[in-house]
Write a new protein. Structure first.
Length: 290
């Protein structure tokens, strides 16, 4: 069964079909063993799984009902073939209205920097019941697997989850606040703009000795952690070609990585999460992606 990345017709004609709740499930940041028991139970009962790119292949191949139809609906910024959110919404609703048990599987946690709002609005608009199943979000997974307690005593009392993808999303006033805060800053989806993040923090008065860590492919067998300071970032890490996903932690807690890191950097240039390629394809467990 194959779909182009275009809108799909939603069939409302069979009004007597039992509609099961759609499960919006967080798969965690990479390590398949971080999947929750509830998520596992739902995947084993699923008839259709709409999965993001940043989900471990082990979860899809080994933890999911082998009879389920697996549909890869991954996104990849400026690289590869991404699935439009509208297509994802309509596929999810279409299968649910056919009476299928649908799991919408997302990397990390469902509610942190995801398009869950669009999907919830679609389900509500079509009177489709749903449940939200949280997962280990990337910030918590990356910090734990790098040995960095995000709110370590005497170093930080709060943590902020942020993203910086274009210059007008953060005001000068907020940059000044971020530069002065003792909070731990965690930047999602900001590897390509990290140089500008560092420049803005320094320009607004941040301590140049503040440490930062970049965690590539967190919690996977290919995890790598790179550390530096705001002052030395450009010289030491500015030229890195980072693998997706990469998460950035900034603050005094980063210094704890040297003492408490419990995993050595692994792998070479491999990618744990395969790039999005080709057309949107649905298939069973033993089929191949086009």
């Amino acid at each position: 069964m194959q779909f182009n990345n275009t809108s799909q017709h939603i069939d409302h004609q069979n009004l007597h079909t039992e509609v099961h709740p759609v499960a919006l499930v967080g798969a965690g940041p990479g390590d398949p063993e971080l999947l929750t028991i509830k998520a596992l139970r739902l995947l084993q009962a699923a008839e259709v799984v709409l999965t993001d790119r940043l989900v471990s292949h082990v979860i899809v191949d080994e933890y999911t009902n082998p009879e389920a139809e697996i549909i890869y609906v991954g996104k990849q910024c400026r690289r590869g073939a991404s699935t439009p959110q509208r297509t994802i919404n309509e596929l999810m609703a279409d299968y649910a209205l056919q009476g299928k048990k649908v799991v919408r599987l997302k990397g990390g946690d469902v509610s942190i920097f995801s398009n869950v709002l669009d999907e919830l609005e679609t389900l509500v608009a079509h009177n489709i019941p749903y449940e939200i199943v949280p997962g280990v979000t990337a910030a918590l997974g990356a910090a734990a697997y790098a040995g960095i307690p995000l709110t370590a005593r005497n170093r930080s009392t709060a943590v902020r989850f942020l993203t910086y993808y274009k210059s007008d999303v953060v005001t000068d006033a907020y940059w000044s606040e971020l530069a002065r805060t003792r909070d731990t800053l965690v930047f999602y989806m900001s590897a390509e703009t990290l140089g500008r993040v560092v420049d803005q923090l320094l320009a607004h008065g941040a301590d140049a000795a503040t440490e930062l860590a970049i965690v590539e492919q967190a919690t996977t067998p290919l995890q790598k952690v790179h550390t530096s300071t705001l002052a030395h970032y450009a010289k030491e890490l500015g030229g890195l070609q980072l693998k997706s996903p990469s998460l950035v932690i900034i603050g005094k807690v980063v210094e704890l990585h040297r003492q408490f890191a419990w995993r050595a950097n692994q792998g070479g240039e491999e990618e744990y999460f395969k790039p999005v390629e080709g057309k949107l394809v649905a298939y069973g467990k033993d089929a191949k992606r086009a």
